[in-house]
Design a protein around this ligand. Structure first.
Ligand SMILES: Nc1nc2c(ncn2[C@@H]2O[C@H](COP(=O)(O)OP(=O)(O)OP(=O)(O)O)[C@@H](O)[C@H]2O)c(=O)[nH]1
Length: 407
């Protein structure tokens, strides 16, 4: 009996030992699985080679995850996660502040662009006037030249009248005499008595406030940016207001212009209230002690009432801080008579104090300068002569006429 009991005990011990071995080996196989989440995989670790007997658990032909598919633990680094030694991303470089060109003599510098585009007007007139016999046909041609250059009907008739009279009195004409005569008459039409200075000094403690209006696409935002450069070149500090919330990129565009000369831009959400941005801009300008505040507006011409509401409101809220010193209407010279229609509408909505004619470099219709001044009774103060940052020039009638007819 004792022998039987002994045999049973030995059998139990042997079976137990074998069972322990089997469980132990299974535990060993599961061990790497349990540890996996806490040990981040490294890109260089090759997939584990299969071992004998593994087939029963993982068929060899099962698709393996590639290195790219293995999720690396990225979210919260645990204590056991490797220390990340990556360089922090470089801070964006501060934009370089540019030094704009001085404004004096800009029109003279840019006159080549005017003469290129305005040859038909100035040189064309001189050639016609130099004909030996100034018959009716020639005078008609002179008239057509002026009308084609968008001088406008009434100013054209006036000019032709005066030229006829003076040429008759002159009798025989030398080319120099003709040039002088034409120069004087064109200057007469352009008007030399207008005050063409963009008013940017309020004469008060508050900054000078300039509002820029005009139809979208005429070059309004570009002009506001270029004007900021003109002012900075003249030693003034400027705050810009992106109250053109109609076109999303307009605020970015203006801000970029500002950054180039170190001027802050106040902006709001796309489609936001232009008047509230204008208000904040002036507030910011006052707080900063800026010399000038420039406000770019949106010029949607859907309805006159809409435009009137928008610009009227901008004006009203701005004037809660201080009076507006200048309202500049931007017109695209290449749109000719259409520009005049726009001018009329804007003038009914807001008191325009100055005109900016853009894209004069790209049109032979320089006569629009005369026509638009006549239409509004307001002087052209600035002209755009290219897409370059410093291609905005104060308008000087003498330099303009000289560029048209050559000296
Ligand atoms: N050649 C030439 N191009 C100009 C001149 N002024 C502006 N432009 C160009 O005209 C285009 C329109 O100018 P923007 O300033 O965006 O026009 P905008 O009136 O502000 O238009 P919105 O922002 O839509 O209101 C741009 O490509 C300018 O570079 C100029 O004097 N000459």
């Amino acid at each position: 009996m004792e022998i039987v009991i002994l045999a049973v005990v030995i059998a139990v011990v042997v079976v137990g030992a074998i069972g322990g071995l089997v469980v132990g080996s299974r535990k060993k196989k599961r061990l790497p699985e349990a540890k996996a989440p806490s040990v981040p995989p490294t890109i260089t670790a090759p997939p584990a080679e299969p071992h004998v007997g593994d087939e029963a658990e993982t068929p060899r032909d099962e698709a393996r995850r590639t290195i790219e598919e293995v999720d690396l633990p990225v979210a919260e680094p645990s204590a056991s996660a490797p220390v990340v030694t990556e360089e922090p991303p470089a801070a964006p470089l501060a934009p370089e502040i540019e030094t704009p060109e001085p404004t004096a003599g800009r029109l003279v510098r840019l006159r080549a662009r005017l003469s290129r585009s305005q040859n038909a007007l100035g040189k064309g007139l001189l050639t016609l006037l130099s004909r030996e016999h100034l018959d009716e046909d020639t005078w008609e041609e002179i008239e057509d030249t002026l009308l084609t250059a968008d001088v406008g009907v009434a100013p054209t008739q006036e000019l032709v009248e005066r030229l006829r009279e003076r040429v008759r009195v002159l009798g025989t004409r030398t080319p120099d005499e003709l040039r002088t005569l034409l120069r004087e008459e064109l200057l007469n039409l352009l008007g030399t008595d207008f005050d063409r200075v963009v008013k940017t000094e309020s004469g008060l403690e508050t900054p000078g406030i300039v509002m820029v209006v005009g139809v979208n696409g005429t070059g309004k935002t570009t002009t506001t940016g270029k004007l900021a450069r003109v002012l900075v070149a003249d030693g003034r500090s400027v705050v810009l207001g992106a109250a053109d919330t109609f076109r999303a990129a307009a605020a970015d565009q203006l801000q970029t212009w500002g950054e180039r000369v170190g001027a802050r831009t106040v902006r709001g959400p796309e489609g936001g209230d232009p008047a509230s941005i204008a208000f904040d801009t002036v507030k910011e300008g006052i707080a900063e002690g800026a010399d000038v505040v420039l406000i770019d507006t949106a010029g949607r011409l859907h309805t006159k009432t809409g435009l009137m509401d928008e610009l009227g409101k901008v004006k009203r809220v701005v004037e809660k801080h201080a009076p507006l010193d200048e309202v500049l209407l931007v017109l695209d010279a290449t749109t000719g008579q259409n520009g005049l229609v726009q001018a009329r509408v804007f003038a009914e909505v807001v008191d325009i104090t100055g005109i900016v004619l853009t894209k004069l470099d790209g049109t032979a219709k320089g006569g629009i300068v005369i026509a638009v001044q006549r239409e509004l009774g307001v002087p052209v103060k600035l002209v755009g002569l290219g897409e370059g940052a410093d291609d905005l020039a104060p308008f000087e009638p003498e330099a303009f006429v000289d560029a048209l007819i050559g000296d």
